[in-house]
Design a protein around this ligand. Sequence first.
Ligand code: CO
Length: 211
Amino acid sequence: MDSYFKLLADNKKWASEKLQNNPNFFNNLTDIQKPDFLWIGCSDSRVPANEITGTNPGEIFVHRNVANLVVNTDVNLLSVLDYAVTYLNVKHIIVCGHYGCGGVKASMDNTDYKYILNMWLRNIKDIQRLYYDELQAIENEKLRYDRLVELNVKEQVMNLAKTSIVQKAWKNGHSPHLHGWVYDLKDGIIKSIFEMEAGTHINHLYEFDFK
Ligand code: CO
């Protein structure tokens, strides 16, 4: 059987199992979407948001891209963020990176990945420049790589706080709280790296003076 046929067959199996457990499973989901969480994760197939957090459809609004980046000119990310914050009023935004991230690794050497990937990975090279001294002080390459994964998550959380979308929500006196997490492929455990309460002040250069 072609592998994609198996996906469709397994989908039917999954749907019928859900109905067996709860005849209203799909009825309950069709009317309203009110997730508390926006997940910004890596596209890596080994880090599926719902599965590793034990959540069901309807619980997490998800955006994924290579190396879980929050790029302030990425209309795709910003559309998801705007909808999640302004309309769904999510309470938490989670940026979840993972150790062993191929995107982060690729940013660490000088390989030419051609135009598009070079452009995307440049964002992570900038983080290496920002934390140059700290990273250079780590002699073990694997540990330096792990630390860059963590710093990348921290910076992406900072990037969220720099958006007018998040700042406007904070000014209006509500969430979202921001969370930077790293998932470990080796044991399946998520570690919290960096947290930002709603309303946290950041470098004033980035704070908008909303009228
Ligand atoms: Co990755």
